[in-house]
Write a protein that binds this ligand. Structure first.
Ligand SMILES: *[C@@H]1O[C@H](CO)[C@@H](O)[C@H](O)[C@H]1NC(C)=O
Ligand SMILES: *[C@@H]1O[C@H](CO)[C@@H](O)[C@H](O)[C@H]1NC(C)=O
Ligand SMILES: *[C@@H]1O[C@H](CO)[C@@H](O)[C@H](O)[C@H]1NC(C)=O
Length: 308
């Protein structure tokens, strides 16, 4: 049936024609000078400020321009990000906090006049997963005898509903191996139960709680060291000890032959608790000197009996 054969051969002819044209186009594309695509295309993101960067495309003549497009995971259409035919090899991305849960795809190509390179597409970028959170800033540290009161500023302006945690690790400067850790959500917090007059060091990093109850951990701050102060009790102890020694020295200078003074000194060194009562006397002038003498005698006797 020629009527049916004719359309068949005609469609075959069309098919062949299409194939032929296609190959011509393909070979034409190969022979036309294409630009090499940008390389090392990477998204950098620090504290939710993000930037796309790439290596420049080198050509012998002319100025290479670059165009960046983006699309989101939910809306599958490439759009501009205000980096269209730019000369720089980086593009600041306009999103910061609000869109940090979006999945974003980016692509960049080089352009020279009408000639373009292929698009180079990034891996999907999610700021909340991929950004690097910097260390918090330590604003002030107030030391007391048993604590350090620390005030910090978060590394980025946080959104409503953010749950930021500060992970504080601290250690005695003398024993760097035993680190302790505490966590808090406050920007003003206290490290407690410290030893007095001791140099402590600490580092802080931010943990950002995500919906998926995973935590994005930030970089640690540089170690900072502060000495706890001396407690009132200890300072009083030192004052007492000083006054006592002073009293003894003066007594000795007045009359080096006061009997039992050596023994008293020994006694005080053995039992600093007793030095408290001695000082009590010391503060009440006259009566004190005599009672000190008396004590001195009795102790010299007891220490002699110990020796024998
Ligand atoms: C795009 O970039 C230009 C120049 O850098 C700037 O003036 C303009 O505000 C930007 N537009 C948007 C929507 O970011
Ligand atoms: C820390 O100490 C400074 C000065 O010693 C004082 O002005 C400041 O109020 C203190 N901060 C806190 C939180 O106590
Ligand atoms: C101890 O403190 C000094 C002075 O602040 C500091 O340089 C050093 O790194 C600290 N050592 C440890 C183990 O924390």
């Amino acid at each position: 049936m020629p009527c049916r054969a004719l359309p068949l051969s005609f469609s075959l002819f069309l098919l062949l024609l299409l194939l032929f044209l296609g190959s011509v186009r393909a070979s034409g594309a190969e022979s036309s000078p294409r630009l090499p695509a940008p390389k090392d295309v990477v998204v950098y993101s620090y504290n939710f400020r993000s930037m796309l960067r790439w290596s420049p495309v080198k050509v012998d003549k002319g100025l290479v321009l670059y165009t960046v497009l983006f699309k989101t995971g939910t809306f599958n259409q490439w759009d501009e990000v205000n980096c269209t035919r730019i000369t720089q090899t980086e593009c600041s991305l306009p999103w910061s906090l609000k869109q940090r849960r979006w999945t974003i795809f980016l692509r960049v190509r080089a352009e020279l006049g009408q000639v373009t390179s292929d698009w180079v597409e990034t891996d999907p970028f999610v700021a909340e997963r991929d950004t690097t959170i910097g260390p918090p800033q330590v604003n002030s540290v107030n030391a007391s005898s048993n604590s350090l009161l620390i005030r910090v500023t978060p590394p980025f302006g946080s959104e409503v509903g953010d749950l930021l945690q500060y992970h504080v690790s601290y250690w005695e400067n003398a024993t760097s191996t035993t680190k302790e850790e505490t966590k808090t959500s406050n920007t003003l917090f206290k490290i407690d139960n410290l030893k007095e007059s001791t140099l402590y060091c600490f580092r802080i990093q931010v943990g950002l709680m995500r919906y998926s109850d995973l935590q994005l951990l930030g970089l640690q701050s540089a170690p900072e060291c502060h000495r706890t102060t001396i407690s009132e009790a200890t300072r009083n102890g030192y004052v007492i000890l000083f006054l006592l020694v002073l009293t003894l020295v003066m007594l000795y200078l007045k009359d080096p032959s006061v009997p039992g003074l050596d023994a008293l000194v020994n006694y005080v060194e053995d039992d600093p608790h007793d030095s408290l009562s001695v000082l009590f006397c010391g503060e009440e002038s006259q009566a004190c000197g005599s009672s000190l003498d008396g004590e001195g005698h009795s102790h010299s006797i007891s220490s002699e009996s110990e020796v024998t």
